[in-house]
Design a protein around this ligand. Sequence first.
Ligand code: IMP
Length: 429
Amino acid sequence: MVDVIVGLQLGDESKGKVTDLLSENYDVVARVQGGGNAGHTVVVGDKTLKFHHIPSGVVRNKKCLLGAGMVIDPKVLMDEINYLQDNGFDTSNIFIDGSAHISLPILYPFLDGRQENDREVSIGTTKKGIGPAYSNKHARFGLRFWDLVNNLNSSQGIENFGGYILPLLYSRNHVDPAENAAMMWQDMDVILNSYSFIKNMIVDGRLFIKEHNDSRILIEGAQGCWLDVDYGQYPFVTSSCTTATGACLGTGLSVRNINHIYGVAKAYTTYVGNGAYPAEATKEDGDYLREKGHEYGTTTGRPRRCGYLDIPMLKNANQINSCTEVFLAKVDVLTGLKKIKIVVAYDLDGKTIDYVPSNSADYARCKPIYEELDGWDELPTENVKYVNDFPQNTIAYIRKIEDLADCCINNVSYGPERNQIVSGYAKWS
Ligand code: IMP
């Protein structure tokens, strides 16, 4: 049985919390795409844990697979493992698919920065080297964890790696290895240090999945639907497949294996990037949401652009991902707003449209069309058993979203703690 968690907006929807909540009922939790650009936050008691590569299921000591579709920075991974150990978590159940690509810690962020500078309008990437890692992968120059296994177990292989494989990769990226030897040796150092640390975690991911045929597997998506390299606002996207389909691409699973698809959306939107953002809030509302919702990048610390809930986005993402149910997160952040706007459609050159156009130039000209709902002053902070225990205006807001976005909001999260969520069948009782 395989279920998938996917973001329905622009990343940072609270997928970490949802994964932590659901993973209790699974045996394996896997990440399938992205890499150090992701930042998944899980709050357990008085601890706030942040992950970039390791699936959030690690805090429940589930088997955690870093799938073939990922690009992994070995230095960040090593730091994450140390951080987990320092916080008392067991890390013996972490597995890395040997087919996953290595995101070189020095060369790729350097290229990422250079490419951003060369663009007329920069994308606003996380500068973690994600674009270069995926470009090298698809150009078939990339380094995989298998390359470490194949080379770093002998002194001859290590020599080959440092003397030939790495310099070739630098040259292919138009960075002279001789002129940039210091950089290259830093990459080499990290790879050597981290390899001895992680080599026992490297597995054949496809076999791993096959061996867990009878297990319950949960796939933790990273980023969000509208950052998808094909369906997002190109080029203001990340370089991987962020929709539910990515679960198959990044593990070797078939689409026929997938059972539930859990979509996660925030009760408002945020975006970190330089593309168009029709739902962007007024400065006053944006500042309110940012401070109240702690909307600063987990990976970069950048302040996130904040906006209203965007129905065309949510509705289309729900369709693209074919979600069986939706988690609505962070409704508590809206508490205190007198009026809450929802973007119900766009005006594109005088015509009302209710979808996200795939032509980025059209999307950039979309103006929001709002509906305004009354806000609420207070929300319970614990023991909410049913959505009907929320204030009337909160209930109206949730129902409105379900109606307009044509989705089934089966879970409502009203705070960062594990127990601050109304779930499943108890939703409306
Ligand atoms: P990259 O993935 O670092 O290349 O960045 C491409 C775009 O995706 C930028 O707008 C980033 O801010 C955005 N992005 C990448 N990862 C995340 C994430 O985990 N959350 C939110 N935005 C992200």
